[in-house]
Design a protein around this ligand. Structure first.
Ligand code: UDX
Length: 450
């Protein structure tokens, strides 16, 4: 029987267990990694919790999906603030995760925010790897957070005005307000979470969804401090497909874009977690309207506080968006950014959105909400110089000015040129023989030797 002979001749595929954070950006990336590793000959088990459960499609028939049980209420993801949710989730999952580790496993790869995994892996003597789905620079700042806190350097953060605009000594170009804090969480809770995410414990290596052309000094710093291999293997969206959307993509917007001139549309999308107040939506709509530019705007269901979607917004809203705007609940973002009509991206600067925009050479307007997004926004504006940051409260004038600067001014044109250069460098890094490609090869080699 040829089937039996076939299996006998082939060495058994090594099984890797992957543990994503249950949120869109992190989950997509973990599935891109899963696909990449599967193509390289590994068997894949994905361990998920009930939150934002990704129901696998036909694309994943070869994968095994298992559920980590925990007793948090169904509403926890929606009702708890992200930092508190992650702290609780880590406490809850450890015991039941151990029960999943009974089979033949070569290695466990876990999102940096699912640090409970390490203790279970250690108990079973399993190699484990940290997967950083945010960037190397944010990892660096999470690493020094404890020291900054202990030395009272974070004190200005408690001050609502004070030194917020000043540079943090030794951390150019970050200002106090760019540090990866969250207005929704106390410094103490953030500190507790970060302490856990940056602790390598028994991890054999760290893989990061970044490329050395974007953050070489942060990568060197991490390599030195962690004293285990650090592999920049990204951007993964350039090497793997992504059929992992938790929401249905509205593809009609591509038809709409097809009718627009090159670089004439600004794409507005604030990721999978950010929330806006009604007045912020109205100010944004008014600013977009008076900028006289066409705009494609993703308003995610539940992202306007107190509303299912946009049905309860004041009447003026439809007037302001009807002539030049197109609103969707969820877009095929990567395809939108690749569309020739899109000339700018108004973004919350989540790391995936940042990489996707750089990967298409689209300059950005940066309006970060919290944590790593603030670091990314500062880098987009001051280091890569392909972004304009909108600071302070959202008002129509600021929106209009930023959109005009990016879409019609000479300054925007210069940024677009720089964005195209950076795109070329980023794309080159995933090609055969280049930095991210080599890092991925080295990492896979390490996995094969386990
Ligand atoms: C948070 C963090 O800020 C981010 O740095 C981390 O990488 C993930 O968690 P999130 O809100 O998920 O951010 O944003 P982002 O990282 O940008 O990921 C959003 C993903 O959703 C992107 O891959 C984007 O392409 C996708 N998306 C968004 C869509 O496919 N369609 C949309 O309409 C909007």
């Amino acid at each position: 029987n040829s089937l039996v002979l076939d299996t006998e001749e082939k060495p058994a595929r090594r099984r890797l267990v992957l543990v994503p954070v249950p949120a869109q950006g992190h989950l997509s990336l973990m599935m891109q990694l899963a696909e990449t590793l599967h193509l390289k000959g590994f068997s894949i088990t994905v361990a998920q919790t009930k939150f934002n459960y990704f129901s696998p499609s036909d694309d994943f028939t070869d994968f095994q999906f298992v559920t980590i049980t925990e007793s948090l209420p169904e509403s926890a993801f929606k009702n708890l603030k992200p930092i508190m949710f992650l702290l609780k989730l880590n406490k809850e999952c450890q015991v039941s995760f151990k029960l999943l580790l009974q089979q033949d496993i070569s290695c466990v790869i876990y999102n940096e925010y699912m640090y409970f995994v390490e203790a279970a892996a250690k108990e079973f003597n399993l190699p484990n790897v940290i997967f950083s789905t945010t960037n190397a620079t944010a990892f660096v700042y999470r690493s020094v957070f404890k020291k900054l806190y202990a030395n009272n350097i974070l004190a200005p953060l408690k001050d609502s005005k004070g030194q917020q605009d000043e540079l943090v000594p030794g951390f150019h170009p970050l200002r106090y307000k760019d540090l990866p804090t969250s207005i929704f969480s106390s410094l103490e809770n953030i500190l507790q979470l970060y302490k856990n995410t940056v602790d390598k414990r028994t991890a054999s290596s760290v893989i990061i969804n970044t490329a050395s052309c974007l953050e070489s000094s942060s990568l060197s710093w991490l390599q030195q401090q962690l004293e285990i291999p650090v592999f920049p293997i990204g951007p993964l969206h350039m090497v793997a497909s992504d059929p992992t959307s938790l929401l249905e993509e509205n593809r009609n917007c591509i038809e709409w874009l097809n009718k627009k001139k090159q670089n004439s549309v600004i794409f507005v999308s604030l990721g999978s977690l950010a929330l806006l107040e009604v007045n912020e939506v109205m100010e944004t709509a008014s600013g977009l309207d008076s900028s006289n530019q066409h705009f494609l705007w993703v308003i995610r269901p539940g992202s306007v506080r107190g509303s299912e979607w946009i049905e309860h917004l004041p009447e003026e809203f439809s007037k302001m968006v009807s002539s030049r705007g197109y609103i969707v609940k969820w877009a095929p973002q990567k395809e939108v950014l690749a569309h020739p009509a899109v000339g700018g991206f108004w973004s919350h600067c989540g790391w995936n959105s940042t990489l996707e925009s750089i990967g298409e050479g689209v300059p950005m307007i940066c309006k970060p909400f919290s944590t790593d997004q603030k670091v990314n926004a500062r880098y987009l504006e001051c280091v890569w110089r392909i972004g304009i940051q909108v600071e302070g409260e959202l008002d129509r004038g600021a929106v209009e000015r930023a959109v005009k600067r990016l879409m019609v001014g000479e300054e925007g044109e210069e940024m677009r040129k720089r964005a195209i250069c950076l795109k070329e460098r980023l794309r080159a890094s995933v090609r055969d023989g280049s930095s991210s490609h080599n890092s991925l090869d080295e990492f896979i080699h390490l996995m094969r030797t386990l």
